[in-house]
Structure formats: C-alpha cells, structure tokens
Design a protein around this ligand. Structure first.
Ligand code: NDP
Ligand code: 2IT
Length: 451
C-alpha cells in the first residue's frame, strides 16, 4: 500500500474508533476490510465521494432490549438482548443469533458487519444482521432455555419478519433454541412464516442446513486445494470447537478420506493420533446436543489424549479449520502452525485469526488462507435456500440442496480468485473476498441515492 493510501486508512480507522468506543472486535473487522477496500477505491472516486465505506460501517440500526426470565428456582434473571441491522441494500437483514456470556454490542456489530460481505458473496439476495444475548445456556435446563428464548422473542418479534430481518443460529443457538424462538414468534404474530432459518425439517426447515457451514468450509478447502492441484485425501487436519460447525466439518473431512486429529471446547483439546472416525463424531454430537457435556469426556470414553486449557494449534497438521470463536488463532499459534508445516487455513468460525496472525500467514507464499466471510458462507447460503423454499412452500431434496451449496462455494472461490490473484499467481483470499463482497452492496447503495 502506498503512503497516501496508508494515510487514508489511518484517518478512516481513527474515525471508526472514535465513533465506536470500546468495541475492539468491530474495529478489527472494519480494519480487515478497509485495508483492501481503500486501495481498491483509489481509482474509483465515486465510492469515496459518496462515502460508501463510511456508510457501510454505520449500522442501519441497533436494537437493544431487556430480557427478563424466571429460572427453575423461581428467581428472576435479567439479560440484555440485541439485534444489529447492519445493511439491507441487497435483501432483508440476515444473520444468526448468538447466546454466550461474551456477547456485547461490539461483538455483534463485528459479526453483523462481516455478515454483509459474506451474504453478498453467496450471490443470494440477503442483507446483513446479527443478534444475541449475554445469556449463558451452559448448565441451564431445557425449560430455562425455553423461557429465556420466549422472553427474548417477545421483544425481538416486533423488529423482524420474513421480508424484513431473518435470524438463524450461531454459538449457543441450535435447533432446540430455533424451535423455541420460532414457536414464540408464531404465537405472537399468529402467522406461520419463514422468519427464522435453521428450523427443523418438520416445520419449514431445509435439508442440509444443519450440516451446511461445516460442509461448506470443507468444500471451500477442496476448491483451494484443487486450484493448486492438490487434494484432501490423506491430509492431516486440526479442527477447533466441537459444536455445529466443527462436527460437520469433521464429518465431511472423514468422508473425503482426510485424517481429523483434534476437536476442542473452551476447556481444552482432544487429540486422536489415528484420526477420529464417524462413530466418534456421532458420539460427540450426542454429547453436545443431548447431555451437553464437555469434550474431555470423549477422551475418557475413547482413550484419546486431552490437554486442558490448550488449543489444537500446537499439534502438527497440514490443514487447519478454526471452528470455535473469534481470535482463537493468535500470533504465537500462527508461528507454531507455520513451523509445523501447515498448508492451508480455512476459517469456519467468524474472524478466528488475529490481525498479527493473518499477517504472518500472508507472508508465507506456500500457505493458503480463506477468510471466514468466504469459508463459512455455506451456512447462510443454505439459510437463503431455506427462505426460498419457505416462499415457495416447498421442500427441496437433500441432494438438490447439497448440490446448490457446492455450486455456491465453488462460485465464492472463483470470486476470490477473480479479485484476489496476485502477481506470480499467489491468491490473496482476504482481498478477493472483501472486494467481491463490497462491490455488489456498494453498487446497490449507489443506486438508491443518498440515504
Ligand atoms: P456452537 O455453539 O455449536 O459451538 C461452539 C463451539 O466453540 C463449542 O465447542 C464451544 O465450546 C467453542 N467455543 C465457543 N466460544 C468459545 C470460546 N470463547 N473459547 C473457546 N471455545 C469456544 O457454535 P457454532 O458451531 O454454530 O459456531 C462456531 C463458530 O462458527 C462461531 O464463530 C460462529 O459465529 C461461526 N459460524 C456458525 C455458523 C452456523 O451456521 N452455526 C455459520 C457461520 C459461522 P464450549 O462449549 O466450551 O463453549
Ligand atoms: O455467521 C453466520 O453466517 C451464521 N451464524 C449463519 C447465519 C444464517 O443466517 O444462517
């Protein structure tokens, strides 16, 4: 980047930081995009004159509300709920809901901002949004989770709708929570409509939505490798997390003959020297969705190694799939992965790599690195397909949805190549995804005039 552009970036980021105090994850997400978009706009003054990037960093609106619910002991609990409606230039706001104690406005603004670019990349008509609460579902009974979801939706319902804003799951929100949320919405508005995605198959859900994010990340990895004349088969893989994204990522890798060495949760990492098998993944899914236990139990059950408080990045593996949470690969994790010969990183989680780690990977010409907004777009893509099916009042077959998902991930990869290929053939997937995601939204915003 030239001196002028670097100055532009600094000035722009100073403004973002001043307008959004105390929101470091949001600053980080904007910086990651602005680094590529500011140089891209240098010879396109129209974007700059119309302050498109500045407008994109300002959410259309942020709704914050009180959620009061009763626990099993009859005590009242108070949480905070949010919905960030970031941008609806190309379609209704669309994005997940996260229930985790770390949720705050800044975290949801980073996720909503990212979602705008991701949803644009899918090629489907979806704007970007994100919501959630600092509610911690861990250790809560089903009934407590139900009462919380009902209280949360009692406020949220007035802000969403099938053509306005369509939430889905994210950390701490899976099919159980989507069921409770959808049931309460339906009761409040007295209409059966596709206001949430990730619904169960019995009430308007789509085949492959549960699997879509993990499968999509593997399809993305396949595309990256095959672009470089390589394959998944026989490759050793490190996966973090053991929730929705991690388990279906593992499942698809195993199906493709790769060797999955690790899974993790916030307590530590399990390591299977011989590789995990499908029966182990099924067991982990039951553990997490049924008993809601800890990953350490899988180590005890199957004799795997367990390292408390550790992440997978200290192990040797060729392909890394961070599938837990933001900033889970820091500079020293990146050094360790590079030292152990990592070939590619495909981000299942949102913004799992710190800026310092991105820089380190970027400096290695033999390391491929797909950013979350491209690599995990499979989930929201099938959500978009769920919305289409709901509008049609139809349900497509599993193979039809899976084929569409494959095609969308292939197209996203092509878009990254189109905008991200560098001299010498190295692909900057971050740059490619940022530019491709940006242009569609920016052009729609310009068509609407000043607003
Ligand atoms: P789940 O709630 O199903 O699983 C989350 C997993 O990540 C759990 O193993 C959890 O461990 C671990 N985790 C969460 N927070 C932390 C933390 N602070 N430190 C260490 N481990 C943590 O969520 P998902 O699988 O749905 O989501 C995982 C990631 O993928 C998130 O970044 C999400 O935004 C992203 N994503 C999800 C999509 C989806 O369709 N579900 C779509 C696109 C992206 P523990 O149980 O100990 O908390
Ligand atoms: O981060 C994400 O893309 C999601 N949590 C899925 C969003 C969705 O609307 O399916």
């Amino acid at each position: 980047m030239g001196v002028d552009k670097a100055e532009d970036l600094n000035t722009f980021m100073e403004g973002v930081v001043a307008r959004n105090p105390g929101e470091p994850e949001f600053h980080q997400a904007v910086h990651e995009v602005a680094m590529d978009i500011i140089p891209y706009m240098a010879d396109k003054p129209i974007y700059k004159d119309l302050r498109i990037l500045e407008r994109m960093t300002e959410p259309d609106r942020v709704v914050s509300f009180r959620v009061v619910w009763e626990d099993d002991k009859g005590e009242l609990r108070v949480n905070r709920g949010f919905r960030v409606q970031q941008n609806n230039a190309i379609g209704p706001y669309k994005g997940g809901i996260r229930f985790h104690p770390s949720v705050n406005q800044g975290v949801l603004k980073f996720l909503a901002f990212e979602q705008v670019f991701k949803n644009s990349l899918t090629g489907l008509p979806m704007g970007g949004g994100k919501g959630g609460s600092n509610f911690d579902p861990k250790g809560r009974s089903d009934r407590e989770v139900m009462r919380f979801c009902q209280a949360f939706m009692t406020e949220l319902h007035r802000h969403i709708g099938p053509d306005t804003d369509v939430p889905a799951g994210d950390i701490g929100v899976g099919s159980r929570e989507v069921g409770y949320l959808f049931g309460q919405y339906k009761r409040l508005v007295n209409r059966f409509e596709g206001v949430l995605t990730g619904k169960a198959l019995a009430f308007g859900g789509s085949h492959v939505r549960t699997e879509a994010t993990g499968y999509g990340a593997v399809y993305m990895m396949e595309e990256m490798l095959s672009h470089h004349n390589e394959h998944l088969e026989g490759r050793s893989c490190l996966i973090s997390g053991s929730g929705n994204v991690a388990t279906y990522c593992a499942q698809k890798l195993i199906e493709n003959g790769a060797k999955v060495l690790t899974l993790s949760d916030s307590n530590g990492v399990i390591y299977a020297r011989e590789g995990l098998r499908q029966e182990h993944i099924d067991w982990v899914k039951d553990l997490k969705n049924g008993r809601r236990g800890r990953i350490e139990e899988a180590a005890k059950e199957f004799g795997f190694n367990f390292r408390e408080g550790k992440k997978p990045w200290g192990y040797k593996g060729e392909l890394a799939f961070p599938c837990a949470t933001q900033n889970e690969i820091n500079e020293s994790d990146a050094r360790s992965l590079i030292k152990q010969g990592v070939r590619a990183i495909c981000e299942g989680a949102n913004m799992p790599t710190t800026p310092e780690a991105i820089k380190l990977f970027g400096a290695q010409k033999n390391v491929l690195h797909a950013p979350s907004k491209a690599a995990n777009a499979g989930g929201v893509s099938v959500s978009g397909l769920e919305m289409s099916q709901n509008s049609l009042r139809l349900q497509w077959s599993e193979s039809e949805v899976n084929e569409r998902l494959r095609k969308i991930m292939k197209d996203i990869h092509s878009e990254c190549i189109e905008h991200g290929v560098q001299k010498g053939g190295h692909v900057d997937y971050f740059k490619g995804a940022n530019i491709a995601g940006f242009t569609k939204v920016a052009n729609a915003m310009m068509a609407y005039g000043v607003m």
